[in-house]
Design a protein around this ligand. Sequence first.
Ligand SMILES: Nc1ncnc2c1ncn2[C@@H]1O[C@H](COP(=O)(O)OP(=O)(O)OP(=O)(O)O)[C@@H](O)[C@H]1O
Length: 234
Amino acid sequence: MLHVRNIQSSYRRVPAIRDVSLSLNRGEIVAIVGGNGNGKSTTLRAVAGLNALDGGTIMLKGQDISAVPAHERVKRGLVLVPEGRRLFPRLTVEQNLMLGGFTTSDAAKREQTLQFAYDTFTVLGERRRQQAGTLSGGEQQMLAMCRGLMSQPDLLMLDEPSWGVAPKLVTRIFETIQLIRQRGITVLLVEQNVHRALEIADRGYVIQTGRVVMEGSGQDLLGNDEVRQAYLGM
Ligand SMILES: Nc1ncnc2c1ncn2[C@@H]1O[C@H](COP(=O)(O)OP(=O)(O)OP(=O)(O)O)[C@@H](O)[C@H]1O
């Protein structure tokens, strides 16, 4: 599904990612973990086409998309749900969802995904005519993920989906990620909640100062002493 080879990206000439390579097979959940400021968000933004590359290549479904503009990557099935959700708080729940759907011309698919959102999260259905800004943090995250699904992704990238979500809803967020995978969608996940992320991930990558320093199955990384000490406080 995705092959990222040796990508680099910077902010005003200051490198944020120096050497990141990763791959995702179709249908996998893959987690990127690492401390604050190590380049996880920048990696997702570079893959989405929002941050320019200084080097390296990105292949999506066998095609080189390194120079393809961000909006075209969405049409090709690569969708990012950004950190902090970036909803339109004054638009209604349904309007936010429909904005996710404008890249697809298939009305039947749009309707089906809308129904999935309302069936899975009854609160979104009940409050579809209310402003998105009135939802709780966790509900807004669910809305943001559903808005991403409305673009009919093959690969959905989630940046810190449990950020700002009340503990009782965090479990629901991770269950939803698994539901998304069951729909045949590949998931690339960046999370501060390292334990939860590696629990549901098939594989994971650890990023430190802009480089991939470790990779392995979710279970192997969870059992790794360095990972446990650095990120799990064990
Ligand atoms: N808009 C920006 N302008 C300048 N520097 C930035 C910008 N965004 C990120 N950086 C820098 O790039 C580096 C990588 O940041 P990035 O946000 O990718 O890390 P992260 O691992 O996702 O951390 P966090 O979880 O805190 O977002 C950091 O040194 C950060 O300060």
